[in-house]
Write a protein that binds this ligand. Sequence first.
Ligand code: C2E
Ligand code: MG
Ligand code: MG
Ligand code: MG
Length: 280
Amino acid sequence: YVKEKGKNSFQFFSDEMNHQFYRKMVIEKELRSALSRNELTLHYQPSWHLSTEKVCGMEALLRWTNQTLGPVSPSEFIPVAEETGLIIPIGEWVLKEACKQNVRWQRAGYPPMKVGVNVSIKQLLDESFACMVKDVLKRTGLNPDYLDLEVTESIAMYELDIMIRKLNELKEIGVSISMDDFGTGYSSLSYLKQYPLDTLKIDRSFIKGISSHEDHKAIVMSIISMAKHLQLKVTAEGVEDMGEYDFLKQTECDVIQGYAISRPLSPDDFEKHVFGKMKL
Ligand code: C2E
Ligand code: MG
Ligand code: MG
Ligand code: MG
């Protein structure tokens, strides 16, 4: 039957699906040895305090350049790392590296500021996560005041009591907690109030074109005012132009992050372009 219809008339997978399947398989295989081959690095994106007009922190963002695949975006390999459990060792490496770098910069005399580290739900659910964080802080010598852990709204898919307990364990260590990509998930507002959070990071999909989208303006204004009522700080992600900047300044958003300020930078470039322009 298949033969009769000709070679290409019946395919279970389209070429596109085959290609994606194959790429994912290669990513999975290569990711397993990414750590031991030193293929992972961190870039740092500065965050900007709107009222003082100063850099006030940085977010560590993972970068992977593979020997055969070349650079692979985190939005492609992080989901694979999560599925395979590789996010546990990789996440630990990220935390260690970010803390080490922060201590190095503080010891070099640069102005101390918080580093944000993304934490996936798999890590948060790992029994030894809080212990690991405590241990990394101790071994690197970073004061917990300078570490912010970013979790996503997907924590709302798990039992409220369990998540509150997990987050409280982290708060007891002395670190702060941000909810990343806020607005894209399923957290109900009544949940939000119960998590021990410090900051809401508004997802960049709401910021994009904010100057011309009345509905996005309304959403962002509501998130900012809600956050203030809940005594949370607000960060807007993905601020790319001055129209967006001005709107967020007017609406009294606390902190912004985005290409309007800077792209994520290698440690060397961060020293040159961010610390280099600050008065020490
Ligand atoms: P995220 O935590 O929400 O990080 C912000 C993402 O937006 C970064 O993408 C950053 O490069 C990008 N970005 C920043 N400013 C702008 C802007 O003005 N315009 C646009 N269009 N994009 C901007 P990146 O580095 O590709 O990371 C994507 C996601 O991968 C992160 O989203 C985070 O969820 C995840 N990720 C990155 N590093 C790690 C990590 O170490 N651990 C875990 N678990 N996830 C990570
Ligand atoms: Mg983040
Ligand atoms: Mg985000
Ligand atoms: Mg994210």
